[in-house]
Write a protein that binds this ligand. Structure first.
Ligand code: NAI
Ligand code: MG
Length: 343
């Protein structure tokens, strides 16, 4: 009998439920099309809708469900529309699931214009500290401070994830810093990374200043494989990479820790197109493929990625963000169809 995985789906707000619904359809099709595993989906609320309905943006029951499931798939949450003072649910999810690294692949896809030439990178970013550590204070009426926290432990475990991925990819890690300006924090970060690098002699290791790195990514994206960064630098560079690879409609991501992980598209709840059924489901479908890989279901992950690629190669159907006029379900139908007709 095929394995059945329990998946906690947190659809969230706006286009979140639309795109997670599409990804569920693709996952459900795996068993019949490629002999993949089966899935038992459970939907749980979080985000603005949850806050409006039950007064909590991240209900305890949702967290419990996320912790006990085999894997977690998240849509998007309209965090900007939450009233001030409501704890940010995405940060809550990361903290509670003890995920410390965000992993974002960006790859030029067939038939999708790449503004600077081919790119195939993986940004691995620490997500619990750095400038986003949440330590901020008012330093008098006209000044405010944010503390940039960097620890050896968080830097080391994020670096390990980066080097482990590099082995499976093209074997190169670029660590990003600004050590000239951030002498203590980035020296500690680089020291921790170098220590990890010594354990991976087969991986080429280099360091770059963040500003020069952004410029080089645009000038020569093919020079980069795994990009390892602290929180804010990684936040910005992963959007640069997503832009170089064809935009938000295709950008997938995962957040991983020692025990738990969750997977989500990079895009948000897109209030401007929510409810119209026209969101590109590919970013969420590709995030589901990352989830499959994380579960050890390589063949199914490969099949889903190949099916998305096949639909892009065909040129249609495509949603509006990729220049087409198809809706989300038509694109999902085509992906499911491509699963059964391997190239
Ligand atoms: P957004 O990513 O939701 O939308 C930016 C633009 O891209 C919009 O024009 C939207 O229509 C388009 N877009 C996004 N995803 C698309 C898709 N799958 N197909 C076609 N077009 C797509 O970013 P925005 O507008 O800045 O944020 C909206 C809300 O989402 C805010 O509350 C923000 O805080 C939240 N957000 C949540 C994230 C998450 O849950 N992880 C991540 C990013 C933003
Ligand atoms: Mg961002």
């Amino acid at each position: 009998m095929a394995t059945t995985y329990s998946i906690c789906v947190i659809p969230g707000d706006g286009i979140g439920p639309e795109v997670t619904g599409c990804a569920q359809r693709v996952l459900d099709a795996l068993q019949d099309s490629v002999g993949g595993p089966a899935f038992a989906f459970e939907q749980h609320p979080a985000g603005l809708t949850a806050y409006n309905d039950i007064g909590q943006a991240l209900p305890a029951a949702t967290l419990d469900a996320a912790k006990s499931a085999d894997a977690v798939l998240v849509g998007a949450m309209d965090v900007a529309a939450l009233p001030p003072g409501v704890p940010e649910p995405l940060t809550g999810l990361r903290t509670q699931l003890e995920v410390h690294a965000s992993v974002r692949p960006s790859r030029t896809m067939p038939g999708v214009p790449a503004p600077s030439g081919d790119i195939d990178t993986l940004v691995v970013r620490e997500v619990t500290e750095g400038v986003y550590s949440g330590i901020e204070y008012q330093a008098g009426p006209d000044a405010a401070c944010a503390v940039r926290l960097v620890t050896r432990q968080a830097s080391t475990r994020t670096a390990r994830i980066a080097f482990q991925h590099a082995i499976e990819r093209r074997g190169k890690v670029t660590a990003v810093h600004k050590v000239g300006a951030l002498k203590l924090t980035d020296s500690l970060f680089l020291e921790a990374v170098e220590h990890v690098a010594r354990g991976f002699p087969q991986v080429e290791y280099e360091t770059r200043n963040v500003d020069a790195c952004a410029l080089e990514m645009i000038r020569a994206p093919e020079d980069f494989d795994v990009i390892l960064a602290t929180n804010t630098f990684g936040d910005i560079l992963s959007d640069v990479a997503a832009g170089l690879a064809g935009g938000l409609g295709l950008a997938a991501s995962g957040c991983v820790g020692e025990r738990w992980a969750y997977f989500e598209p990079v895009h948000g709840s897109a209030p401007d197109i929510a409810g119209k059924g026209i969101a590109n489901p590919m970013a969420t479908v590709l995030s589901a493929a990352m989830m499959l890989r994380h579960l050890g279901e390589r063949a199914s992950a490969d099949a889903v990625e190949a099916a998305v690629t096949a639909v892009l190669v065909a040129g249609s159907p495509r949603t509006g963000d990729l220049g087409g006029s198809a809706d989300s379900q038509e694109v999902t139908d085509a992906i499911i169809q491509a699963l059964s007709t391997p190239v």
